[in-house]
Design a protein around this ligand. Structure first.
Ligand SMILES: [Zn+2]
Length: 81
């Protein structure tokens, strides 16, 4: 199969880290990463990021929270005008 090209595989690396890849793709990535310091560093930094932070950044803001935040921001702005 086609070998993993460095950095074009970032999406694949994400999925690899989430354990979402087919075994043959995962093997190809592992083979590449074993000989690639850049991808190895990427994986290391990703693994150092706590899952809760990744989940938080992925999460969308609830509509009511967004609305109250906008209201608060408008009030703060109005006070300065
Ligand atoms: Zn690489």
């Amino acid at each position: 199969m086609k070998s993993i090209v460095c950095m074009s595989g970032v999406e694949l690396l994400m999925e690899y880290l989430e354990g979402a890849l087919a075994p043959d793709v995962r093997e190809a990535i592992e083979a590449h990463v074993a000989g690639c310091p850049r991808c190895e560093a990427f994986i290391a930094s990703y693994r150092d990021t706590p899952r809760i932070v990744r989940d938080a950044t992925r999460m969308e803001m609830p509509a009511d929270l967004e609305a109250s935040l906008l209201t608060a921001l408008r009030k703060a702005r109005d006070r300065h005008e």
